[in-house]
Write a protein that binds this ligand. Sequence first.
Ligand code: ADP
Ligand code: ZN
Ligand code: ZN
Length: 667
Amino acid sequence: MPAVSTSPAIAQVEPMTRTRALRGPFDYRLPEQLREGVGVGSMLVVPFGRREMLGVVVGLSESSEVADERLLEPLRALELGVPAELVALARWIADEYCSTLARALTLVLPPGAAQRLGGRARRRLAPPQHPSVGRRSGAAPELTAEQSAALVPVLAALAAGSHEQRLLHGVTASGKTEVYLRAGAAAIEQGRGAIVMVPEIALTPQIVARFVERFGETVAVLHSQLTPAQRYSEWRRLREGEARVCVGPRSAVFAPIERLGLIVVDEEHEPSYKHEGDPRYDAREVAAERARRAGAVLLLGSATPRPESALRVSTSTLTRRVDGSELPQVEVLDMRGEPQGLHVRTSAALAEVRAARGKAIVLLNRRGWSNFLSCRACGHAWSCPDCDVTLVLHRAGGYLACHHCGHREAAPERCSECSSSAVARHGAGTERLAHELARTLDDGRFPVFRLDADAVAADPHEATSAILGAFEQADCGVLIGTQMVAKGHDFEDVRLAVVLDADATLRFPDFRSEERTFALLAQLAGRAGRGGEGRVLVQTIAPDARAIRLAAAHDSAGFLAGELERRRALRYPPFAELIRIVCSAPQPEPARAAARELRAGILELAPEQELLGPAPLFRLRGRERQVIVVKTTERRPAVRAVGEAVERAALARRHAGVNYGVDVGPQ
Ligand code: ADP
Ligand code: ZN
Ligand code: ZN
């Protein structure tokens, strides 16, 4: 008589499909030989209709409601599945961000899982080479008093195995990374793992290098430039416990680490932690949830924390730079009534840096040569055929580009309407500024480097490292670029930092624009004067704006206090949560009608919610858009009501070509 298995016979399988209408899970009967090895998180290849599909086991049971003869069996199991706790996390994400379980599961599957349907055993690959540091020794320095104090609650929570959230609010170069490293070491010592999230690997090679240097082989680095095979290899090292620390961008929050002890979110204010695909998850919120479930410590760090974090999370502060250097003097230059371009004091300061063979960084948050072109004869302005925005001239490439949809066309020689050759170029972006600075400053010994998305388009990761490396290696020179120049890298010998058009980000119609402006200025100011004297110049037509004034005074506590007060008064996050729903269609009228009906639908399901809109947004990628915003203090029920109303509307299909997009906690 054959032995009767005591393992569950039925696997509930969620098929990996992006079709929203197809909701699992579906029951499959596990043949005897699969019963032992298959659990929640296992990946199975299952027959589905006439196709084979990859599915994830989301539950197990003894019996099924499906008639026995109709139950199918999986074709095979893949070698490695995901940890069960990540399946649970995916379920949370689907509910929290108004998505489906299948879509949320794609976030936690091994890289390239869908393509590896074959499930062949993989050849082991050597892990990718990580950057190493020449710039220190691997030994840990003695902590400053502030660092030690910041570590106390982290170590206590780790020792107790209890969940804890801490915010490390520390000026640039105050030693935050050293605190992360110590916390990581403590987690590893306990036999637990750690996740370290950074906004963008290419812009933060130093933090990656320091983790690799301190922890060696036990670090896995996930970044977008790895080949698929390398990504899988790093994932596998984590899954098998060979690597215990994962450093990476937002997707690192899904690293398959069991017995997780610590999640670090460096530069926690960075908008790139929000994912713009479906599900539109916020990696910081996911990190908090994962840490909560794992009984792990969440450590957020920033020189300019978000009001959300400052309000909700207990804070440790690092007030001084480790090397004792002072934060640089910031001078605000009032550009009202001044000609466009560089203020005389800016020009003089740059000339001084050149004379002293020093280094400077100039930030202008606008790519291209000119913001827009117009015809001097007839007034025609060049705009995107698919979006209601003007096209930006990229002179070196000889094209006009839409920075919203990527549309390109050849740069015009004459007006397309009246054939006049008098085409005016308005405004200046980084391409033009770099050209002009090279003309005025570069005497053959004072190089000008440019860092923006165009300069690194061919290979973002490599080219960014190359440009930052060249600037670092150079004896002197100036680095000009978009906000990319203000990020995590640190150069020891930058004596001048300049921000042009500092109020540009303030003009965004967004309640976070002040926060963004403040953070950008503070980050850039932090680049100057490490290991010496530094000076910062801020050109603006809004010298009295709160964000600019307080950034100039390095007053981030003051900024946070004021910002929280303002948000409380206006009921913005963190005092309420926003859910943004965009209805779009090729024609304006269906988009408007759909939005009006959706508004009514949401109110029917959730009468007490505060709703704003519908209001028009500019046309994007050929679609007319209407937006509705729900302001709520009860996020889950509001998300549920919105999800249901959207689903009903989508199924009813009353309006031609309408799409609905839901963004919970939009950035
Ligand atoms: P942050 O992350 O706040 O920008 P870092 O951790 O990078 O700051 O520290 C800035 C510099 O000071 C780094 O070169 C780091 O190695 C060094 N450092 C950090 N903590 C100490 C310490 N306790 N003693 C000496 N040097 C330190
Ligand atoms: Zn014309
Ligand atoms: Zn466009």
